[in-house]
Design a binder for this molecule. Structure first.
Ligand code: KMT
Ligand code: NI
Length: 195
């Protein structure tokens, strides 16, 4: 775990822990279950960043409009756009199809930035060796997936998440499904991650 203060561009507030682990490859299991290895194999924030480039902070979701960490990250990284998304059967139009799209392995030409205001779920990311890492996100988590990383998202068994979506400029949400190894963002990502 890294402890860094507000104002640095990488890391988290002191004392926070990300919950992330290597996944088993039993795709028969419910995608919404934890999918641990036996025995479970967890990663700390430092390891997660090293293996994937994923960034993570903790914020006060109840006061997100005035949260200093969110404000600083927004400023440091130039996030100018913001909206929010609720994933639940009641609130998300075309729920089943959308969740299927979210869970199809893909990348984006830009960062995927989510700040969880309520509920929970999992972002799965491929590490340098193409292994799946499951990152649990819940209320107060701010997560940045780098451009070009192969990833997917699923709800957990609570079937509910409410998240802010941030972006630099006009948002592009388009998922580019794997294989996308020739995409420029993929190339750039692999260079930054040291492959
Ligand atoms: C995405 O793009 O995968 C999502 O927006 C998922 C819901 S927000 C945690
Ligand atoms: Ni995505």
């Amino acid at each position: 775990m890294i402890g860094t203060s507000i104002g640095t561009s990488i890391g988290t507030s002191i004392g926070t822990m990300v919950s992330a682990w290597f996944m088993n490859s039993n795709d028969q299991e419910d995608q919404r279950s934890e999918r641990h290895l036996d025995p479970p194999s967890y990663l700390d924030l430092n390891m997660l960043r090293k293996l994937t480039g994923v960034l993570y902070w903790k914020i006060d979701a109840d006061k997100y409009t005035s949260d200093p960490v969110l404000a600083q990250v927004r400023k440091d990284r130039g996030y100018t756009y913001q909206d929010d998304i609720t994933c639940s059967r009641e609130k998300l139009p075309d729920y089943d199809a959308k969740l299927k799209t979210f869970f199809t392995e893909h990348l984006h030409s830009d960062e995927e930035i989510r700040c969880i205001l309520d509920g929970s779920g999992y972002f799965d990311c491929r590490d340098k060796e193409d292994k799946w890492i499951r990152i649990r996100v819940e209320k107060g988590d701010l997560i940045v997936l780098p451009a070009g990383i192969y990833h997917r998202f699923t709800l957990d068994t609570n079937d509910y998440i409410h998240a802010l979506r941030l972006f630099v400029g006009e948002p592009v949400w388009t998922p580019i499904n794997r294989p996308a190894d020739d995409h420029p963002a993929r190339d750039a990502y692999l260079k930054t991650i040291g492959n």
